[in-house]
Design a protein around this ligand. Structure first.
Ligand SMILES: Nc1ncnc2c1ncn2[C@@H]1O[C@H](COP(=O)(O)OP(=O)(O)OP(=O)(O)O)[C@@H](O)[C@H]1O
Length: 307
């Protein structure tokens, strides 16, 4: 098992920030830890990486108990915290050597490891530049480089694409995918689409508890909302739309676009709406499933979790 947490729970004050977090990762790939702000992602990651001591529960990395054998377990973990721990007055080379030493790498292996990781992360051409003179995207690459320099089994990244511009995000995602070819990556995000793009599996956490843990495909099936968005040139009155079998509610998001809530099969209701549009001359321009926004999915999932 690459990572196993058992009933991981943590209190900063009198209330539980996370409670009974059980994670099992047996296979390589990218696993997303998805949750809104304050859900408990950073707390979970900090504990897994040994930078925060849990109140209760256990962490095993590569079957090594992190509490009992912290040095051994930490050799198997790379960590990119939410704020990358960069020393901006060092050059990339100096910083990476320093990180390799912190990771207790053997002296004679450090030079080659630094070279390799610079190549891998696309920062070799800036090797002697001070980190403070790098753009946000390159700083993030340096942060990623330090997390894999000692070739850990598990790389943990806390919101690694947060604060990057769209191009930098694309580059960072590409790099994360490449890293996942050799390492298992656990990365957190509060953006559903980001997790969707990158991950094989998703663990969703809300209010400090896991509310969903399964494959991305299973999540998407679950998150499929029971509403469609319909754009028409000549939309009818709400009452007309409500006559279509299965339609349970209608709200207009603009004068030409309506959100149609329904019960039952999306395909059948969509077919009926299309037929009604043709018959009624509504001049349908577009009809699409309305994917639930993250908050709605959270709500659904937390209700399920409470049942
Ligand atoms: N040092 C701390 N002292 C007290 N409470 C804290 C501390 N750090 C986090 N918390 C609380 O613990 C809960 C979980 O926070 P955590 O930072 O783990 O969430 P998160 O999902 O990572 O959110 P974000 O994306 O905003 O970082 C929140 O209610 C937060 O206010």
């Amino acid at each position: 098992m690459i990572l196993k947490t058992e009933n991981l729970s943590h209190k900063y004050t009198s209330t539980w920030a996370i409670r009974d977090i059980n994670i099992e990762i047996a296979d390589p790939g990218i696993i997303g830890l998805l949750g809104s702000n304050g859900a408990g992602k950073s707390t979970t990651m900090n504990i897994i990486c040994g930078t925060l001591n849990q109140t209760e529960g256990n962490v095993y990395v590569n079957d090594i108990d992190l509490r009992k054998h912290p040095l051994e377990a930490k050799k198997q973990i790379g960590f990119l915290p939410q704020i990358a721990p960069l020393y901006t007055d060092l050059t990339i080379d100096e910083y990476l050597v320093y990180c390799a030493e912190l990771r207790l790498m053997e002296k004679n292996k450090i030079k080659a490891a630094v070279e390799e990781v610079k190549e891998r992360c696309g920062i070799a051409h800036f090797a002697s530049r001070l980190i403070k003179n790098l753009s946000g995207g390159y700083r993030q690459r340096v942060g990623i480089a330090q997390s894999i320099i000692h070739k850990p089994k598990l790389v943990v990244m806390d919101e690694p694409t947060n604060g990057l511009d769209p191009n930098q995000m694309i580059e960072a995602r590409k790099l994360i995918r490449e890293i996942a070819e050799e390492h298992t990556v656990l990365f957190s995000s509060h953006v559903l689409s980001e997790v969707n793009l990158l991950c094989r599996e998703v663990i969703m956490i809300e209010g400090g508890r896991i509310v969903f843990s399964d494959s991305m495909d299973a999540f998407n099936n679950y998150a499929q909302s029971s509403a469609v968005l319909m754009r028409m040139d000549h939309p009818p009155a709400v009452a007309e739309l409500l006559k279509v079998a299965g339609v349970t509610g209608v709200d207009f998001v603009s004068d030409k676009q309506a959100r149609i809530h329904f019960e039952g099969s999306e395909e059948e209701v969509t077919d009926r709406l299309v037929a009604a549009s043709v018959a009624g001359g509504w001049r349908l321009k577009e009809i699409n499933p309305d994917k639930g926004v993250l908050d709605d999915v959270f709500k659904q999932l937390s209700q399920t979790a409470g049942q």
